[in-house]
Each structure stands twice: as structure tokens, then as C-alpha cells.
Design a protein around this ligand. Structure first.
Ligand code: ADP
Length: 266
């Protein structure tokens, strides 16, 4: 069997081929020992590991495994996924919204890290939990879908009351920026969670569209587990990216880019 593993800050992503077919699995990082046990029980296999926790995983394996730099693995994996979509272009930006957010420019097969932001999937879970007490990722994204940001985010039109604003009035002027003191006890979990996702989505897309200027491409490929079952984050990122003149792409299985890339070198 050929196995690529991306052991990240929050989740372990696994891609493997069985009878010529590619399979994907993901596990919480707390289950790293179980993942190692699974690999150790495979017998004859080739394994390549990437991600911030790759060293820990490799130390638990009984057989030698190849290790790979995360950004290189992600870049190779994204190439495979874009090719499958028929969308492989000469230049594009990759924004990986993992625990944190990392932004890369790919130009003529050379990749360069342009930067990132600490606002990412970890922020989504952490802030959501602090504000509402909800712990489970699936619950956070499901509740957020039912919420409105209307009472919490301050829009440009709220500031330019009765006057024509110089930019779209619908843009967020300040995330969580409305006068919340009088209504803080009255806000629902759904509203708060939707607003957290708005904050994360607008931050990663704003930083991405600005980085795209350095990359001479208007295509931004968004990957990372923060988009799993999270249509609201996709919606916020899509509309903001388009509004700023770039083209968002969300490849299927984008969260497995690193694992796919690791597998592709074996
Ligand atoms: P990393 O490689 O840093 O682990 P990922 O791309 O796997 O990053 O993204 C991690 C983020 O994915 C989490 O911060 C969270 O927002 C989101 N996520 C998606 N599914 C889950 C899950 N089942 N449990 C926890 N977080 C999840």
C-alpha cells in the first residue's frame, strides 16, 4: 500500500491507495498513536509523512518513512487536485485555512510562501467555544448556518447613515463592531457563531486578495479542513474574493492536499 500522511496541528489527514483507488481518512491529532498503530499493521507498504507533527508520527512508526516539507507536499497535492478538475493554471495562489492560515504563490511550478494570518480554523473553534460554550466542530458549523450577523457586525452603511458611502455599504466596516453592550445577553449562539465564521472568512479572503497582487494571478485556490461541511465559510470567502476581483476555487478533497502530495512522491 502507498500511504501519504499530513499530521497537522489539529487533524491528521491520510491518503492511501488500495486496489488502485485513492482513499481518504482524517483523525484528531490526539489519535496519533492509533494512526501509527494502523500504519505499523499494514505490513509491506511505502509511507511518506508531512506536516508539523510529522516528526512525532515518524518516531512512533516501526518502519522507515519518508518525510517531506509541508509546503512542498501541499503544492504537489494541489496540482493533482486541480488537474483532476481540469483547472491547472500556470499561476495561482493557494490559501490553506488550517489551524492557522498560510498563503502561497505558485508560478511556473515554483512556489513561494507569501505570508499568512493567525486567523484560521483554530480561531474558528477557539472563539466559538469561548463565546458560546459549543465545543464540537460539527455543531459549531451547523449552528452557524442558522445564524445572522446582522445585529453584530457593523457595516459601512451603518456608519454612513443617510449618506452615500464611497465604497459598498454592504461591506463589513467592523467585525463584532455594532454597539453590543445593550444586547450582549440577548444574542443567540447561532448569531455569535455565524459572526465568528464571518470574521475568519473575511480575514482570510482579504489577506488572500491582497497577496494575489504579488502573484500576478487572480485565481485563489482555497484548501484546508476549515471548509469541511462549512458552507457558510465558503460563502463568505467566495463573495468577498469575487467582490475584490479574484476567482475562488475550492477543489474537492482540498483538505487532503498535503497527504496527496506526500503520497505522490512514493
Ligand atoms: P492542520 O493541518 O493545522 O491540522 P487542517 O487543515 O486540518 O489544519 O484544519 C484544521 C481546522 O479544521 C480546525 O481548526 C477546524 O476549524 C476544522 N475542522 C474540520 N473538521 C474538524 C473536526 N472534525 N475536528 C476539529 N476541527 C475540524
Amino acid at each position: 500500500m502507498i500511504v501519504g500522511i499530513d499530521a497537522g496541528g489539529t487533524l491528521i489527514k491520510v491518503a492511501y491507495t488500495k486496489k488502485g483507488e485513492v482513499h481518504f481518512e482524517k483523525y484528531p491529532i490526539a489519535e496519533i498513536e492509533q494512526v501509527a498503530d494502523w500504519v505499523n499493521g499494514l505490513g509491506d507498504s511505502k509511507v511518506c509523512v508531512t506536516g508539523g507533527r510529522s516528526g512525532v508520527l515518524v518516531s512512533l512508526l516501526h518502519q522507515p518513512a519518508q518525510e517531506m516539507v509541508e509546503f512542498e507536499a501541499t503544492h504537489l497535492g494541489v496540482q493533482v487536485l486541480l488537474k483532476e478538475m481540469g483547472r491547472l493554471e500556470d499561476a495561482y495562489l493557494v490559501t490553506n485555512v488550517g489551524t492557522g492560515t498560510s498563503i502561497h504563490c505558485i508560478q511556473d511550478n515554483i512556489h513561494e510562501r507569501l505570508g499568512g494570518t493567525g486567523v484560521g480554523g483554530g480561531t474558528l473553534i477557539g472563539l466559538s467555544h469561548l463565546l458560546t460554550g459549543v465545543t464540537c466542530y460539527d455543531d459549531i458549523v451547523a449552528l452557524a448556518r442558522q445564524g445572522s450577523r446582522e445585529r453584530i457586525d457593523l457595516k459601512v452603511k451603518h456608519i454612513y447613515e443617510g449618506k452615500e458611502p464611497p465604497i459598498s455599504g454592504e461591506l463589513t466596516a467592523s467585525n463584532f463592531g455594532q454597539n453590543l453592550f445593550s444586547i450582549s445577553g440577548d444574542l443567540t449562539k447561532e448569531e455569535l457563531l455565524a459572526t465568528v465564521i464571518g470574521l475568519v472568512g473575511e480575514t482570510v479572503s482579504t489577506v488572500s486578495v491582497q497577496a494575489a497582487r504579488q502573484c500576478k494571478s487572480s485565481t485563489i485556490v482555497y484548501i484546508g479542513s476549515s471548509f469541511i461541511d462549512n458552507p457558510l465559510l465558503k460563502e463568505v470567502v467566495t463573495s468577498y474574493t469575487i467582490l475584490r476581483g479574484s476567482v475562488p476555487v475550492f477543489p474537492d478533497n482540498g483538505e487532503f492536499s498535503g497527504a496527496m502530495g506526500a503520497m505522490s512522491v512514493l
